[in-house]
Design a protein. Structure first.
Ligand SMILES: [Zn+2]
Length: 55
């Protein structure tokens, strides 16, 4: 039996400059998680906080 899983493609957007550096998919079955990740921003060439950006 296949579970019904809601998945949504999202962007990880740099909080500092708004550059969208990563694209991934998350489960939205229980709402969109509020995640902030420290990722490498290719625009600034530094590690910054990235947040989820829904399409
Ligand atoms: Zn940035």
């Amino acid at each position: 039996m296949a579970k019904k899983s809601k998945r949504e493609n999202i962007w990880l957007e740099c909080k500092q400059c708004g550059h969208r550096n990563y694209r991934t998919s998350i489960s939205t079955a229980e709402g969109v998680p509020k995640i902030e990740l420290k990722k490498f921003c290719s625009n600034e060439r530094a590690h910054t906080v990235h947040k989820i950006r829904r399409k």
